[in-house]
Design a protein around this ligand. Structure first.
Ligand SMILES: [Zn+2]
Length: 409
């Protein structure tokens, strides 16, 4: 799936109409969730039951009927996604929270499928054709949506962001561009002091905008605390805070994309640690959590480009990658503040470089069977989210919001 995104330009009444459609989507989701929660134990509520229930909602509420029928369905399906994820977690006996689906109160998007909209054949415009009276929207962006066959557009999403409304098209066009063998392999280690260190000893510094951003965000956040709750000033301060976040998440995404693309272009195998997002999200330190989100995005792009270029992207278990000597295999204990790895065998490296080499070696050991079928392997490294370069919504990630939620949404 490819996601093309445009900024929407429209009249005030049209924005209100989009808002109304987004609210309706939320209403359906919460109704479906309540329906599932209230159902007696012996009735089995599944995808189809929710779908059927959403049709009942259409008959009962006029404003639901006004939304395109497939958009109503889509909302019910998204509810089912949340429920089935909860079931899965219970079945797999995931430690800790199982993610019991929550009622939504800040839904930001409405999703259409293959009906309810029409693309202007010549201009970059789209008309939403259901009875929510959204009408024709102008699309601002560099892509040419008209060049894609209408049939390949599987979803259309209208999304609210801090700085306006956006229109996303999910296109079923896995653009594959197999590259000739590069003859290189690389391992990556994420550190705190640098963005990442590779097995060749190259250290990628944290981009400046992240350091600057951290200051700006903290400042904007303090401003919110100073204002009275619910006051106009408070609302303005929050809007400033949200826009700052948005800007950074875009920069961060671009940065991750470029770095990941270069890495996958010049290496046949890219190895990295399989860090658990679940654990990362528990981090409350601001600087660290900015790094976590960046790394998560970086990894998603690596996996995307590995798939696209026909490379191997391998995530290895992060065990003993740091203390183990990459030369002789001895365990050399070091504290977090020790920046070098010095082993009695004579091996002397930066600690992150040593770890990166270990990560690469682990990936080489683990993957012999999959050599020669890079595409499939890259796919499997993506775990449960095949074809998930749909980072459109991820780019609007706010700190503290669940990444998992956003990715599987
Ligand atoms: Zn050694």
């Amino acid at each position: 799936m490819l996601v093309l995104e445009y900024k929407v330009k429209a009249k005030r009444l049209q924005y209100l109409a989009i808002e109304e459609a987004i609210k309706t989507t939320q209403f359906i989701r919460n109704k479906c969730l309540k329906y599932w929660m209230d159902a007696p134990k012996e009735t089995k509520i599944d995808r189809f039951a929710l779908n059927k229930y959403s049709t009942e909602l259409r008959n009962e509420f006029k404003f639901v009927a006004n939304l395109n029928s497939m958009a109503v369905q889509s909302s019910a399906e998204r509810t089912w996604l949340a429920i089935s994820r909860f079931y899965d977690n219970c079945k797999k006996k995931v430690v800790g929270k199982k993610g019991f689906p929550k009622f939504q109160h800040d839904n930001r998007s409405v999703e259409y499928k293959t009906s309810g909209w029409k693309i202007n054949p010549t201009k970059r415009r789209i008309t939403i054709t259901d009875k929510k009276s959204i009408g024709e929207l102008k699309l601002l962006g560099k892509w040419d949506i008209q060049t894609y066959p209408v049939k390949s557009i599987k979803r259309l999403r209208l999304v609210r962001r801090a700085d306006g409304y956006y229109c996303q098209f999910c296109i079923d066009a896995e653009s594959i561009d197999i590259q000739p063998k590069a003859g290189n392999e690389i391992g990556l280690d994420v550190g705190i002091e640098s963005f990442c260190t590779d097995s060749n000893g190259h250290q990628e510094a944290n981009p400046k905008f992240l350091r600057k951003a951290e200051k700006a965000i903290k400042h904007a956040q303090r401003k919110i605390y100073k204002k009275r709750k619910g006051s106009v000033g408070g609302r303005k301060a929050r809007a400033i805070f949200a826009r700052k976040h948005l800007r950074i998440s875009r920069q961060r995404n671009e940065h991750a994309k470029i770095k990941a693309r270069n890495l996958c272009k010049s290496n046949d195998l890219v190895a990295y640690e399989n860090l658990q997002v679940r654990n990362l999200l528990k981090n409350h330190c601001l600087a660290k959590s900015i790094g976590d989100v960046s790394w998560y995005l970086f990894r998603k792009w690596i996996e995307y480009f590995a798939g696209k270029f026909g490379r191997l992207a391998v995530a290895v278990a992060p065990h003993y990658t740091s203390p183990k000597c990459s030369n002789c295999g001895a365990i050399v204990k070091k504290s977090l503040s020790t920046r070098t790895h010095a082993c009695s065998c004579g091996c002397n490296l930066h600690r992150d470089e040593n770890a990166a080499i270990n990560i690469l070696n682990l990936a080489r050991q683990r993957q012999p069977a999959q050599r020669g079928e890079p595409l499939q392997a890259a796919g499997s490294a993506r775990g449960g989210h095949p074809q998930s370069n749909a980072v459109g919504l991820v780019t609007s990630t706010l700190l503290g919001e669940s990444l998992l939620e956003q990715v599987t949404r």
